[in-house]
Design a protein around this ligand. Structure first.
Ligand SMILES: [Zn+2]
Length: 493
């Protein structure tokens, strides 16, 4: 059997314009040199000549532009030159191209990552898929891996987790950030960079979403239905195909109210047929926003109290008054013949032709996670022996992938993230709210009582919530939420 070596270190020598890569196993160490020029990528929609003229006109010279399949690649003579180019493009186009560290760019370009397995043919490294990686000697340097596990399993596991994140994010071990949010931000850097997408330069502060609320107290027989695993699925093209490249595309503008690619964030203009009319919105965010920015605040406060409503009602509206409502509200009121359709809509939709790069990335990582989980569950008893480092490494990779993918939607709706875009964030939130609203309606129809609903969890009173979650996903064709925990006593708030 060929001896595998693992990629352990990448260093950039800017002066010599090269990258040094170190490969190791228990017995050997090989260092290879690669010529390397730092680069950045731009959307392929930009014209090569235009970008070239722009950069030349501001006095930049040390660069070369290549037209690739997915993007325009600008190669710079040095990293400082690259930063200048990125800053100039940000000022002139409003979007800042990402410049990652040279080492990470190199790994992305090669499609390599830390702890990948390699064999050497004629002194050249060839990446190989190896199911059972023997990386324990790298993780616990002084003592054998199995001894480290026996001494302190928790500590060893957290060490292995760091190794798995270094591999997934293509960054050196010592640069793995502590918070899941910061780790996910790095994952997004890699995803955006590989797709030639820059980040928004000008920040928009008008974004707004409803805060969560919770009743306080201790409840009996409460189960938690966890939606976190459903949110990334909703972004993929199996459901809403969300992304900065697919929302409000030019090729699929909807023409009818029932077109399947309309997003719940679409606003439809309706005309009211009754006086002093109130209704309960399907969107908490819309209800709150409406409440804060429209007259008759006190009337809504009183109504809310009077009818023990969880959220502010929307209204009052008067006969012949026209207004924009979220599409799900508009459809409901049209069905109930409380309004008629007007004509000045603000639709939001997703593309039916092209898959968003975010969807592709989520599906890729989900598949990778699935392959890892099946490899360690089928081999748990045969291939892996107790305290085997490859078992720990594989399961840490699986856990890290899951955690990162589940965090993605939360980072994308966070205005503090570099990857925040109001249109995408709005669409993600509207899809989540619509799902939760459907779930609430569905559960109540089946006799369950929802005590509390936030963006991650629904707390439900009643037994057999697993069958509720299953039938919900079956009847609505939405992803099935997970039953997180069941306890006889749960404290909320
Ligand atoms: Zn389209």
């Amino acid at each position: 059997m060929a001896q595998h070596l693992y990629l352990t270190k990448v260093t950039h020598n800017a002066e010599k314009k090269e990258i040094l890569v170190e490969f190791r196993n228990k017995y050997n160490k090989i260092v290879n040199r690669f010529e390397f020029y730092p680069f950045l990528v731009l959307p392929k929609e930009l014209e090569k000549e235009q970008v070239q003229d722009l950069l030349l006109s501001i006095g930049l010279k040390g660069f070369q532009i290549e037209k690739k399949n997915k993007y325009l690649k600008i190669i710079a003579s040095s990293f400082s030159e690259l930063k200048k180019i990125s800053n100039s493009l940000a000022l002139h186009t409003g979007k800042k191209p990402l410049t990652l560290e040279a080492e990470r760019q190199f790994l992305i370009q090669k499609n390599w990552t830390y702890f990948d397995s390699f064999i050497f043919e004629k002194d050249m490294p060839q990446k190989e898929l190896e199911e059972k990686k023997d990386v324990g000697f790298l993780i616990t340097k002084e003592i054998p891996f199995n001894q480290a596990v026996e001494l302190d399993e928790t500590e060893t596991e957290s060490l292995v987790e760091k190794f798995s994140l270094s591999a997934l994010l293509r960054i050196p071990l010592e640069k793995v950030p502590a918070s899941l949010q910061a780790q996910t931000e790095m994952l997004l850097e890699n995803i955006f960079f590989s797709n030639g997408k820059g980040i928004l330069w000008a920040k928009d502060n008008s974004f707004y979403s409803a805060k969560e609320f919770a009743p306080y107290g201790v409840y009996d027989s409460v189960s938690t239905i966890d939606f976190s695993s459903a949110w990334p699925k909703l972004i993929t093209n199996n459901f809403f195909n969300l992304g900065i490249d697919t929302i409000n595309c030019s090729c699929c503008k909807p023409i009818k109210l029932n077109d399947t690619n309309l997003l719940p964030s679409a606003l439809i203009e309706v005309e009211f047929l009754e006086d002093a009319f109130y209704f309960e919105s399907t969107s908490i965010t819309f209800a709150l926003k409406y409440h804060k920015s429209n007259p008759f605040e006190n009337n809504r406060k009183e109504k809310k109290k009077e009818f023990f409503m969880k959220n502010y009602p929307v209204g009052p509206f008067f006969k012949n008054q026209k207004t924009l409502l979220p599409i799900n509200d508009a459809k409901k009121l049209l069905d109930e013949k409380k309004v008629k359709l007007a004509s000045n809509h603000t639709p939001n939709w997703f593309c039916k032709n092209k898959e968003s790069f975010l969807s592709k990335a989520i599906r890729k990582y989900t598949k990778q996670g699935f392959l890892l989980s099946s490899s360690f569950s089928t081999h748990q008893n045969t291939l892996f022996t107790k305290n085997d480092s490859s078992y720990y490494f594989t399961s840490a990779l699986f856990k890290s992938i899951n955690a990162l993918v589940q965090e993605l939607p939360f980072v994308l709706v966070n205005p503090l993230s570099s990857f925040f875009s109001p249109l995408l964030a709005n669409s993600i939130l509207s899809v989540q709210e619509a799902t939760l609203f459907k779930f609430r309606e569905f559960s109540e129809k089946k006799g369950y009582r929802i005590l509390y609903l936030n963006r991650k969890n629904a707390f439900i009173r009643g037994f057999s919530s697993l069958s509720l979650a299953k039938s919900f996903s079956k009847e609505t064709s939405l992803p099935q939420p997970k039953i997180h925990a069941f306890s006889s006593q749960t404290t909320l708030g």
